[in-house]
Design a protein around this ligand. Structure first.
Ligand SMILES: NC(=O)c1ccc[n+]([C@@H]2O[C@H](COP(=O)([O-])OP(=O)(O)OC[C@H]3O[C@@H](n4cnc5c(N)ncnc54)[C@H](O)[C@@H]3O)[C@@H](O)[C@H]2O)c1
Length: 254
């Protein structure tokens, strides 16, 4: 326990289950004194989230594929909480066929979906917080990325392109939200076995190779990613802006 995030109210988007990176972030932030609110994609995921948090009042639905859903959710957040101190965006999706074989298998529709859910959704969140003046000064917006943005990782394909777009979105948003005291950054996490990863063809090999390439051959954990997230949410990080910070136990070095 600590008080790094005492008096901070933080929205966590993207907890699907106890393996989710967003759940690792939530746990560490809560231990550091943050009050947390969560959004879930649909009713099915609400049930799973409720089992973890036990507090229905702190859950709101938000499907980022829909502008109406995003607007409704953020308007409700404004009504209920006034202002927040941070948002964790841990959301990505690409159709399974995009995450298999060679990049030339990509389709226009699959590409659009991956970009929409995995990159545009961060911009949509940035637009809503600006429109509604939802965040305090200072505040922090953190998203999750992967090194498939800068390297050609087997089967990651369209999602790698979407992550490159996401990281660029971080930089543009950081520039334009900075004047409101909102910092925008990405954490580039190492490979972790989550629901999203199981959509990638050959994910067992990806996880195994990633583990072997860490400095101590132990995979990074969701709590280790959560530690960086808590730091970025805290006022210790007011100088960190528009950055991509690796939390992968050195895999990107080797
Ligand atoms: N697991 C890894 O190895 C790894 C590594 C680096 C980065 N990441 C990133 O971390 C983030 C979280 O993924 P995870 O690995 O914890 O998997 P996860 O499956 O636990 O989380 C993905 C979340 O995205 C949400 N989502 C998908 N489509 C949505 C929509 N239309 N509206 C709202 N929410 C939607 C899902 O509901 C789910 O909660 C993703 O951005 C992922 O790319 C994961």
């Amino acid at each position: 326990m600590g008080d790094l995030l005492a008096n901070k109210t933080i929205l966590v988007m993207g907890v699907a289950n106890r393996r989710s990176i967003a759940w690792g972030c939530a746990q560490v932030m809560q231990e550091q004194g943050a009050k947390l609110i969560y959004t879930y994609q649909n009713e099915r995921l609400k049930k799973s989230l409720l089992k973890l948090t036990g507090d229905e009042d702190a859950l709101l639905e938000c499907d980022v594929s829909s502008d109406e859903s995003i607007a409704k959710t953020f308007e409700e957040l404004k009504k209920r909480y006034g202002k927040l101190d941070g948002i964790v965006h841990a959301i990505a999706y690409a159709p399974k066929e995009e995450l298999d074989g060679e990049i030339t298998n990509a389709t226009r529709e699959g590409f659009k979906t991956a970009m929409d859910i995995s990159a545009y959704s961060l911009l949509a969140v940035g637009k809503e917080v600006t429109r509604l003046e939802l965040l305090n000064d200072p505040a922090s917006l953190v998203t999750l990325t992967y090194m498939g943005s800068t390297r050609a990782i087997p089967s990651y394909n369209t999602m790698g392109i979407a992550k490159a777009a996401l990281e660029s979105t971080v930089r543009y948003l950081a520039r334009d939200l900075g004047k409101f005291g909102i910092r925008v950054n990405a954490i580039s996490a190492g490979a972790i076995k989550t629901l999203a990863v199981t959509g990638i063809k050959g994910h067992s090999d990806l996880l195994e190779i990633s583990k072997e390439r860490t400095v101590d051959q132990k995979a990074v954990t969701i709590r280790e990613v959560g530690g960086m997230c808590a730091f970025l949410m805290s006022d210790l990080a007011t100088g960190v802006i528009g950055d991509v910070i690796y939390v992968d136990k050195g895999v990107h070095l080797i």
